[in-house]
Ligand binder design. Structure first.
Ligand SMILES: *[C@@H]1O[C@H](CO)[C@@H](O)[C@H](O)[C@H]1NC(C)=O
Ligand SMILES: *[C@@H]1O[C@H](CO)[C@@H](O)[C@H](O)[C@H]1NC(C)=O
Ligand SMILES: *[C@@H]1O[C@H](CO)[C@@H](O)[C@H](O)[C@H]1NC(C)=O
Ligand SMILES: *[C@@H]1O[C@H](CO)[C@@H](O)[C@H](O)[C@H]1NC(C)=O
Ligand SMILES: *[C@@H]1O[C@H](CO)[C@@H](O)[C@H](O)[C@H]1NC(C)=O
Ligand SMILES: *[C@@H]1O[C@H](CO)[C@@H](O)[C@H](O)[C@H]1NC(C)=O
Ligand SMILES: *[C@@H]1O[C@H](CO)[C@@H](O)[C@H](O)[C@H]1NC(C)=O
Ligand SMILES: *[C@@H]1O[C@H](CO)[C@@H](O)[C@H](O)[C@H]1NC(C)=O
Ligand SMILES: *[C@@H]1O[C@H](CO)[C@@H](O)[C@H](O)[C@H]1NC(C)=O
Ligand SMILES: *[C@@H]1O[C@H](CO)[C@@H](O)[C@H](O)[C@H]1NC(C)=O
Length: 539
């Protein structure tokens, strides 16, 4: 018989709480978390890692980042810490000429889970609100600046190490370092590893699945910026289509509201009810000629000139390249009001023109108005570090037992939601999987009425980020659903979204809706009761 001495367990007390999946088990709690945190900071010896600080942060602290980091332009001025934690800020060299800024938020109430957050756009920004969300739920969480600071692509110029960090090295480095820190802090390795990201973060999640298939057990990837060089080409192509104010094809912002109304009048009823939300925009073959002005009318707030009709038709048409191959699918109809502020009536789109200026051509004078599909070919051919993230063979991830929950808002104004099924179907073809076979490890949900990662006219509160939490029930919360799938085998059949009155949870629920698993689509079978989820069926 072997006896365990109590001195083996000085500061680590296993504790169990039984109030649901979220707090299913907290394995370790420290009797003196503050000194445990500073000890961790003092003792870290990981190659290429320099600790900037390791601070114990009590629950209730409102961290301010504008003062700490001068990253005001990142849009994360503050974050409320909801669980006692050890916050470790690090500098990690990734090459002789570049580095990442990495933070680990290690909650004292730990669930045994590790999680990495991702980034957005062309940043450059630790997504502190995602760190607060996930650390608050007991994940040992990391977030990095993706290899450069700020929101522009200027740092890519003439520096392939910055591009390599942005493509995948920052995320993978953070995972390697973060898992090691987790082990050192809690005295035991994590049990399961997760990823949460949207947009560029969605792409990073798939890139990890493709290139580092052992890094995560569960990946929650939203609105992924897949086929990245081509996405930048597609994002650029709207500017030459519509031009600047005064150009014959330019459509002012108020007129886009009229286009949106016409799209709804042609397509809203296809799903069985007229409720302002298009469930399946792929079925909407919008005909802009319906808005054609009468002869002689050239400046109207309700109709389009022939030149404008032609431009709208171009924007809603798949984009093909010099070799006749698809560059990117068309913008899905339904997101016009926001998309006019992003693309159609807003001149050049800086994220994508930065890609051409600083990654493709190293020329800050490159003029996005000159964009043609010849530029698209150049960008696609370069594809540095395979940032396209378009590999359909993800069998290594599947064989490791990994699960992917992929979602895309059907009102996305920045990355067309029609690209997500193109990737899902590429995986199907490449791996020889029908949809029920894919279901064992990869499920894709189309979230009607959801904008780019957030917002929108529909039931878009799905728990993919702190600001979009309705409840902690895995049926309503995709983060807790991926955990439930990985740890308990409860795979999602539908994702339930909530629409709050004025998108404000304090004003009450307007309606909830079950979003369908691709390739199924939502059909309203009881239009009189369309605000009830029971009125809908996935077919
Ligand atoms: C945190 O502080 C910022 C100002 O730094 C403030 O705008 C924000 O409302 C505060 N958040 C909370 C939850 O108190
Ligand atoms: C990025 O910001 C961090 C935090 O302020 C700073 O430590 C680091 O030096 C910055 N990196 C670059 C390349 O400017
Ligand atoms: C840990 O979780 C328990 C149970 O939910 C809670 O009572 C306690 O306040 C938490 N402790 C910290 C330090 O967050
Ligand atoms: C440390 O950084 C160097 C490049 O500067 C890299 O070659 C090496 O692999 C890194 N070590 C680890 C453990 O990541
Ligand atoms: C731009 O710089 C990158 C990084 O040094 C390099 O890989 C690329 O070939 C350059 N592009 C051109 C068009 O010179
Ligand atoms: C179009 O009409 C608006 C007012 O309805 C006016 O402000 C604008 O100058 C007109 N544009 C042209 C090109 O005539
Ligand atoms: C990249 O380097 C080239 C060659 O030195 C230089 O002409 C160009 O201006 C640089 N590009 C940027 C955006 O700094
Ligand atoms: C997919 O990749 C694995 C290696 O991860 C390889 O063994 C397999 O042959 C590939 N399958 C296809 C269809 O290319
Ligand atoms: C789908 O694939 C699975 C696994 O290969 C197979 O068992 C099933 O019969 C297939 N379904 C159809 C409709 O062919
Ligand atoms: C509408 O849905 C609610 C909630 O599911 C249900 O209680 C009610 O009977 C339904 N009414 C009709 C007319 O179908």
């Amino acid at each position: 018989m072997r006896l365990f001495s109590s001195v083996l367990l000085p500061a680590i007390l296993p504790l169990c709480f039984a109030d649901g999946i979220l707090y299913e088990k907290r394995d370790f709690i420290f009797s003196d978390p503050s000194s445990a945190c500073s000890q961790l900071g003092a003792s870290i010896a990981i190659e290429n890692v320099t600790v900037n600080f390791a601070n114990f942060v009590p629950a209730g602290t409102n961290l301010s980042f504008t003062q700490d980091f001068g990253l005001a332009d990142c849009g994360y001025p503050s974050a409320l810490v909801t669980s006692d934690m050890c916050r470790v800020a690090m500098y990690v060299a990734t090459s002789y000429r570049n580095s990442i800024t990495l933070e680990a938020w290690l909650p004292i109430n730990w669930t045994g889970r590790f999680l990495s957050t991702g980034n957005g756009g062309e940043s450059g920004c630790i997504q502190y609100t995602d760190l607060a969300y996930t650390a608050g739920l007991g994940f040992a969480t990391v977030g990095a600046n993706n290899g450069h600071n700020g929101t522009t692509g200027v740092a890519f110029a003439n520096n392939s190490d910055v591009v390599e960090d942005f493509a995948i090295r920052s995320l993978h480095t953070g995972v390697v370092v973060g898992k090691e820190l987790t082990k050192q802090f809690y005295g035991t390795a994590h049990k399961k590893s997760y990823y949460l990201g949207c947009s560029t973060g969605g792409r990073q999640g798939f890139k990890s699945v493709q290139s580092y298939p052992l890094d995560f057990d569960g990946v929650l990837a939203g609105a992924p910026a897949l086929n990245y060089p081509n996405l930048n080409s597609w994002s650029n192509h709207f500017y030459p289509i519509f031009g600047d104010p005064g150009h014959a094809t330019y459509i002012p912002i108020p007129l886009w509201a009229a286009v949106h109304r016409e799209i709804l009048s042609q397509c809203d009823g296809i799903d069985g009810v007229v409720d302002g939300i298009i469930e399946d925009p792929e079925l909407c073959r919008f005909r802009p000629e319906a808005l054609q002005c009468a002869p002689g009318v050239t400046n109207s707030s309700t109709c389009l000139t022939s030149a404008q009709v032609g431009a709208v038709r171009d924007a809603f048409t798949d984009l093909y390249g010099v070799d006749g191959k698809l560059i990117y699918p068309r913008m899905q109809p339904g997101s016009e009001v926001i998309a006019s502020l992003v693309y159609y009536a807003n001149g050049a789109f800086s994220f994508s023109s930065d890609w051409f200026k600083y990654a493709v051509y190293n020329n800050s004078n490159w003029d996005p108005a000159t964009f043609t599909i010849a530029d698209a070919k150049e960008a696609e051919d370069q594809n540095p570090f395979d940032i396209a993230t378009w590999n359909g063979n993800i069998s290594a991830f599947q064989n490791n037992g990994g699960k992917i929950l992929h979602y895309h808002g059907q009102m996305d104004a920045i990355i067309t939601s029609e690209n997500s099924p193109v990737y899902y179907n590429l995986v199907s073809r490449t791996m020889g999987l029908n949809s029920s076979a894919s279901d064992s490890f990869y499920r894709f949900f189309r979230i009607s009425g959801m904008g780019h990662c957030q917002g929108g006219d529909g039931a878009h509160f799905i728990g993919n980020q702190l600001a979009s939490v309705s409840t902690m029930d895995p049926q309503n919360n995709v983060l807790l659903r991926i955990v439930d799938w990985v740890e308990n085998g409860n795979a999602p059949e539908t994702v339930t979204g909530t629409k709050f009155v004025n998108d404000d949870p304090t004003q009450g629920v307007e309606f909830t809706r079950n979003h369908c698993k691709y390739p199924k689509r939502n059909v309203c079978t009881n239009p009189a009761n369309y605000t009830s989820p029971d009125a809908w069926t996935c077919v």
